[in-house]
Design a protein around this ligand. Structure first.
Ligand code: SF4
Length: 358
């Protein structure tokens, strides 16, 4: 074990844990606020730059702690302005982060929570890699820090690689860091967590921290959902929808249901009808996402008429149903696709890659 292994990465510490850490060094509570400002508002990663801390304190803390940071290894820019960042981790693995321009000049950042994913959804490339490991809280937060250096980030979605609720502890710490009023100060309404439907963890999340919840639904029968999303065999639709009814929501808040429309699989009028029934009694909005066809998947994008008819059926029954444009389609924005493409490029160029030997 080398010396850096024993140092605490301050970006792994929630604001409360930072206070505890500093108290362990005999420092006052307000020092945590100063440090949060330096790290998250000013992007400082070197204690020597923290000029409102005594020099002796800066020297002492640098013996015990580090402040990690990410620099993007590659950035791909789509014609619609979507930017995809690939970050290399200390163990040579990699994660992707996507910055999506929204209407009104605002940007949404889609961040990853795991390397790979264990959930094996059949429409998702990340699912085919399997789970390599959880990201630490600092690795989750560093995606935001790195992108904010050069771009404004108005909203954050935990919707990149990985199932966030399969990495609940680190995700909760990361959310606390994102919410810290002396740091980034993202209100919980600006952050959305998307899950494939891990029911017990959903309920635990609702008890522990506020966040917008999105459910990756994608089917209206257990038979189809079992096939698309194996998590459904553990937590079938009835349990998932019950958990949604129990999830604590602020008066104006709704649960978002992501529904990837796949030709001939889940895009019929019968599906639209069942979806309306499933959502009964839930404050919901539906995002309809036509499947993004890619090599290696037999699924197809539905035809335009089916997409419109599906959306109209929901709208006619007073369900908010928004069609999501396929942002970044020309750089394969569906989760996992960037990583595969960039890794292939690296393998092709003979550079070291986390996928070598597989
Ligand atoms: S869709 Fe999400 S939960 Fe499913 S395999 Fe892909 S990353 Fe995992």
């Amino acid at each position: 074990m080398n010396q850096t292994d024993q140092l605490v990465d301050l970006k792994n510490l929630s604001p409360d844990a930072l206070v505890d850490f500093l108290e362990g060094m005999g420092k006052e509570k307000f020092r945590a606020d100063q440090i949060l400002r330096w790290i998250y508002l000013r992007g400082v990663t070197d204690f020597s730059e923290m000029t409102d801390l005594a020099k002796s304190f800066r020297e002492e803390i640098s013996q015990r702690a580090i402040i990690s940071f990410f620099t993007p290894e590659t950035i791909e820019i789509s014609s619609d302005g979507t930017r995809k960042f690939l970050f290399r981790l200390c163990d040579k693995r990699s994660v992707e982060t996507v910055l999506i321009p929204m209407e009104g000049g605002r940007n949404t950042l889609c961040i990853s929570t795991q390397v790979g994913c264990a959930m094996q959804c059949s429409f998702c490339l990340t699912g085919t890699f399997g789970l390599e490991r959880n990201l630490t809280a600092s690795e989750i937060v560093n995606q935001v820090c790195a992108v904010r250096k050069d771009y404004s980030v108005d909203n954050i979605v935990l919707m990149g690689m990985g199932e966030p609720l399969h990495n609940l502890e680190n995700v909760v710490s990361a959310l606390k860091i994102l919410y810290a009023s002396k740091g980034f100060d993202y209100g919980p309404r600006r952050v959305t967590l998307s899950t494939s439907g891990l029911v017990p963890e959903m309920l635990e999340l609702g008890q522990r921290i506020k966040v917008n919840l999105a459910i990756s639904l994608n089917a209206t029968t257990d038979e189809v959902r079992d096939e698309l999303m194996p998590v459904n065999r553990r937590y079938p639709l009835s349990e998932l929808m019950q958990a949604c009814r129990q999830f604590p929501l602020a008066p104006s808040q709704r649960i978002t249901f992501e529904y990837i429309l796949i030709r001939g699989v889940n895009d019929s009028q019968a599906d639209a009808k069942r979806l309306v029934k499933l959502l009964h009694g839930i404050k919901a909005k539906v995002n309809l996402i036509p499947f993004n066809e890619h090599a290696g998947s037999a699924f197809q994008t539905p035809d335009e008429n089916a997409i419109r008819a599906f959306q109209t059926y929901l709208l006619d029954r007073q369900i908010v149903a928004i069609r999501r444009a396929g942002k970044g389609l020309d750089i394969s924005a569906a989760c996992g696709q960037l990583k595969e493409k960039l890794e292939n490029k690296l393998l092709g160029s003979g550079k070291e890659s986390s996928l070598q030997g597989k």
